[in-house]
Design a protein around this ligand. Structure first.
Ligand code: MG
Length: 314
C-alpha cells in the first residue's frame, strides 16, 4: 500500500458483502457480478451506449428532505434518463458512493434499496460498485450501460429546419418532489425510436430553454417554442401562486424534469400524436427553423431567447 492509503473500513467491507449477497443476477447475462474485482457482462451487441452521472448532497438533494431510498433511486433514474435520451435500452449499472463518515449502515442499505428499485423496474441490474466514506458530503456516481434500440443512437445534432418539436410530460417546479420521483422515459423513447425515428432528442435536465438550446447549437438550427403550447405542471402553477416566478417561466427555466425533448420531420407529427399509447402527456410545442438558439414565441409574435435561462450548476 502507498503511504497514507487506507484499507477498506471493516464496516464498508461488510456492507459490500451485504450488497453482493442480496444481488441476484442472471448468470447468462452477467457471469460475474458484485464481489469480485470487476463484473463480467455479456453484451447483446458490440455497440454500447455508456453514460455517467454524479449527484451531490446540497446540489441535487438534501438529506433533511430526501430519504436514502429516494437518493439512491434518483442517482439511478438520472442515469437511465440519459439512456432514454440516446434511444438506448438499459443493460446494467455500476455505482460508486462516497458517504459522510458515521452515516451508518442503515443509510447505505436504504440507498442500495433505492438504487435496486429503479434498476429492477427497467431490468437493468447493478453489477458492481464501490463504497467509501470521508468527512465531506454524500456524492453518488452511477454509470449506465445500454444498447441502441435502433441502428443508430439518437443524438442532439439531427434536428433540421422544418422539424416539429415535442416534449413529454409537464414541466416546472420539479423541486416540489418530481426531481426525486420522476420515471425515466425509457418506454416512450424506445417506442418513438422504433416507430418514428426522432431526428434529435435530449432529456430535460437543465430546463426546457437550455436543453432546447443544446439541440439548436448541436443541430445548427433555431428551436422555436410556442409559449401557449408549453405543458406547465401543477407544481409550477402552485409555486407561482405562492409568489415569485410565473408558472410559464418555471416550465421553461426550471431543471430536473427529466422529460424527453425531441424533433421529428413535420410529416410524421400528426401520426405520432394519434398513435401515442402512453399515459405520459405528449405536447407538440414548436418547430425547428433556420437560424440559431432557442426562443419562446409569444401570442403577439414576439420572440424571447430562452437558451441560457435554465438552472445553471456553475
Ligand atoms: Mg442528458
Amino acid at each position: 500500500m502507498l503511504k497514507g492509503q487506507r484499507k477498506k473500513d471493516p464496516g464498508e467491507a461488510e456492507l459490500l458483502r451485504w450488497i453482493a449477497a442480496r444481488t441476484r443476477l442472471d448468470p447468462a447475462r452477467f457471469p460475474i457480478g458484485p464481489g469480485d474485482d470487476a463484473a463480467l457482462v455479456n453484451a447483446p451487441q458490440r455497440r454500447l451506449v455508456v453514460t455517467v452521472d454524479t449527484i451531490a448532497e446540497g446540489v441535487d438533494f438534501k438529506l433533511e428532505s430526501a430519504t436514502a431510498h429516494q437518493v439512491g433511486r434518483k442517482a439511478v433514474a438520472v442515469c437511465l434518463s440519459d439512456l432514454a435520451a440516446m434511444g438506448a435500452e438499459p443493460l446494467c449499472l455500476v455505482a460508486s458512493a462516497v458517504l459522510t463518515r458515521g452515516l451508518g449502515g442503515s443509510f447505505v442499505k436504504g440507498l442500495y434499496k433505492g438504487m435496486e428499485s429503479a434498476a429492477a423496474r427497467f431490468d437493468c441490474p447493478l453489477v458492481g460498485g464501490d463504497l467509501t466514506s470521508w468527512a465531506g458530503d454524500v456524492v453518488i456516481t452511477v454509470t449506465a450501460l445500454g444498447t441502441p434500440v435502433a441502428a443508430k443512437a439518437v443524438t442532439r445534432s439531427g434536428a433540421r429546419a422544418g422539424d416539429a418539436v415535442f416534449v413529454t410530460g409537464s414541466l416546472g417546479g420539479s423541486i416540489r418532489g418530481k426531481h426525486l420521483r420522476f420515471v425515466p422515459r425509457l418506454a416512450e423513447s424506445a417506442w418513438l425510436v422504433e416507430r418514428f425515428a426522432p431526428t434529435a432528442m435530449i432529456d430535460i435536465s437543465d430546463g426546457l430553454g437550455v436543453d432546447a438550446g443544446h439541440i439548436a447549437s448541436e443541430s445548427g438550427c433555431r428551436i422555436c417554442i410556442e409559449a401557449a403550447r408549453v405543458p406547465v405542471s401543477r407544481a409550477a402553477h402552485q409555486m407561482a401562486a405562492e409568489g415569485g416566478a410565473c408558472a410559464l417561466t418555471r416550465a421553461v427555466g426550471d431543471g430536473e424534469d427529466f422529460e424527453l425533448l425531441f424533433t421529428l420531420p413535420t410529416i410524421k407529427a400528426d401520426k405520432c400524436i394519434r398513435c401515442w399509447p402512453f399515459k405520459t402527456r405528449l405536447s407538440l410545442v414548436g418547430e425547428a427553423v433556420e437560424g440559431e438558439g432557442a426562443v419562446l414565441r409569444h401570442a403577439d409574435g414576439k420572440e424571447e431567447p430562452i437558451d441560457s435561462e435554465g438552472y445553471q450548476h456553475f
